[in-house]
Design a protein around this ligand. Structure first.
Ligand code: NDP
Length: 298
């Protein structure tokens, strides 16, 4: 009996970061310029501040120049838009991301739509999502977490073309773009959501499962076709008095059960999580390269 291959997202992400650092150094040597990433944060949510700090630190580690706007929770929509527009106009900034969620009084779609499509490294601009959905078109950027899922499949040599893929979840940031990316790579894709009936029989047909429902241990071992590849995006805190923090993180997949059936599976933590920031850095590198080499030509 074959045990599942446990996909080491941390190792893959570290490899990608090394590749990025080398390319940034190359740009620096050749053009004396480096890619720049601006992160806009509004308010003082602890989790958002942690993510933003991690992103800035990750930039520095690969040589990407970090920029930031730190606005108070009371900032007006116009002030947030001003910050975005300032970075749109700044030639040293090649990527802009707005840390979500925004405070309730700010229109998230208006802010995301104000980011220059060419600097939309999160891939949340409607034009980039639209291109992702269109045949024969390519977005400039696709959302980082689902791209990270695809990268794990590819770097683990898991075939995608012609395979059956099931995505559990259809959010704008994970489930839907994951389904669109799988479709672009010629998988046959089914999307499950909260109104899906008999989800387990649908999941059981999948060669590739991407779980992004935000429900702890939703996907059980009995739902999995033997040999299937499972990418678990979920990060759900569950009480655990044995941990100093009082909780631990579990995925949307029942790991212990599913690893006995799957061909390959990502753990939580250490699977998809580390990939998200690595892809954000790569999107920023791609953008910086595009701008910097274009500036040289013109
Ligand atoms: P959302 O809450 O925005 O979306 C959840 C989706 O899952 C919705 O489409 C919802 O359906 C569907 N869903 C919820 N419950 C069920 C259920 N019981 N059966 C089937 N479908 C269900 O979450 P996100 O997409 O933002 O995030 C998903 C998970 O991924 C979370 O655990 C989050 O923490 C994690 N995450 C991890 C990241 C990483 O870097 N590792 C990055 C981003 C997210 P409906 O549309 O009908 O409401």
């Amino acid at each position: 009996f074959m045990k599942a291959n446990i996909i080491d997202g941390k190792a893959v992400a570290a490899k990608i970061r090394e590749e990025i650092a080398a390319k940034v150094a190359e740009l620096k040597a050749k053009y004396n310029r480096v890619p720049g990433l601006a992160v806009v944060i509004v308010g003082d949510r602890k989790d958002s501040q942690t993510y933003v700090r991690m992103k800035r630190k990750a930039c520095e580690e690969v040589g990407i120049a970090p920029f930031g706007a730190d606005l108070p929770a009371t900032a007006t929509q116009e002030e947030v838009l001003e910050a975005v527009r300032g970075f749109n106009d700044n030639p040293d900034v090649h990527g802009i991301l707005v840390q979500l969620p925004l405070p309730k009084h700010i229109d998230e779609q208006a802010v995301l739509g104000a980011i220059s499509v060419e600097k939309d490294v999160d891939g949340f601009h409607p034009l980039n999502i639209g291109r992702l959905a269109m045949k024969g078109r390519e977005p400039l950027f696709a959302p980082c977490t689902p791209v990270g899922c695809m990268e794990l499949l590819e770097r683990c040599n898991i075939p995608i073309k012609g395979k059956r893929a099931v995505v559990v979840g259809r959010s704008n940031i994970v489930g839907m773009p994951a389904a669109l990316l799988l479709n672009k790579r010629d998988a046959t894709v089914t999307i499950c959501h909260s109104a899906t009936k008999d989800m387990e029989s649908i999941v059981r047909q999948a060669d590739i499962i991407i779980a992004a429902a935000g429900q702890a241990q939703l996907v059980r071992g009995s739902w999995v076709k033997p040999g299937a590849a499972i990418i678990d995006v979920g990060t759900n805190p569950v009480d655990d008095p044995s941990k100093a923090a009082g909780y631990r993180l579990v995925g949307d997949v029942h790991f212990e059960e599913c690893k006995e059936v799957a061909g390959a599976i990502t753990p939580v933590p250490g699977g998809v999580g580390p990939m998200t920031i690595a892809i954000l850095l790569r999107n920023t590198l791609d953008s910086g390269e595009r701008f910097i080499t274009r500036d040289v030509k013109s």
